[in-house]
Design a protein around this ligand. Structure first.
Ligand code: SIN
Ligand code: MN
Length: 201
């Protein structure tokens, strides 16, 4: 397997894994996903809307409201989640292999959006990695350890970069501190898309 460009507290990062044409094709696929299953703002446990808007593709979609974080098998409107685009599955195959993901969470960040430090722990088996794909504006990605108070390191993720949280870093705390607005021309009206692929069950 190709060696990552860098690792950050055990998280592997491949800079520029996707070229511009691949990124554009992916954005077209994701526009189709979002037109079938529109973006929505999940509520935090405290009942506040998250600054990131989301939708999903695959058998399961990630969801959150006052009753907590979980996976649901339909979009909140009742429509089925669209299938995960083939090009996305191919990226998983190249870097993770093994069982294919059954959720592709699509996060849309507008220039003010951020994501607080958290662990991805709503899945059944942490032996499967989490793969994350960045498209659009640069984002400051912070990675810590297995405890919230562990020291963190940060890197700017750019359009086309891919990160994998696996092995000892599968449950690493991570988050997005901020975007660098207008740093990419990929998305006509700016912002950032992040895809996270996970095996849920
Ligand atoms: C996430 O942790 O769900 C998103 C990470 C990112 O946006 O890069
Ligand atoms: Mn996460």
């Amino acid at each position: 397997m190709t060696e990552p460009t860098l690792t950050l507290n055990g998280v592997s990062i491949w800079k520029g894994w996707l070229n511009r044409a691949d990124q554009e094709a992916l954005v077209a696929d994701l526009r189709a996903v979002a037109s079938a299953a529109p973006l929505f703002s999940p509520l935090t446990g405290a009942g506040r809307p998250m600054s990131v808007r989301m939708t999903s593709a695959g058998r399961f979609g990630w969801y959150s409201d006052r009753s907590g974080y979980r996976y649901i098998d339909r979009h909140p409107s009742g429509v089925a989640w669209p299938p995960i685009p083939k090009a996305v599955l191919m990226i998983w195959d190249s870097l993770c292999g093994g069982r294919p993901p059954d959720c592709c969470l699509v996060n849309f960040y507008d220039p003010q959006a951020r994501m607080g430090l958290h662990q991805d722990r709503d899945e059944a088996d942490f032996a499967h990695p989490v793969l994350s794909i960045s498209l659009g504006d640069d984002a400051l990605f912070r990675v810590g350890g297995l405890a919230r108070t562990d020291p963190t390191r940060s890197v700017w993720l750019q359009s086309g970069d891919v990160a994998v949280l696996g092995g000892a870093a599968r449950l690493a705390f991570h988050g997005i501190d901020r975007l660098r607005p207008n740093s990419s021309t990929l998305l006509g009206s700016g912002g950032r898309i992040n895809l996270t692929l996970r095996v849920v069950t």
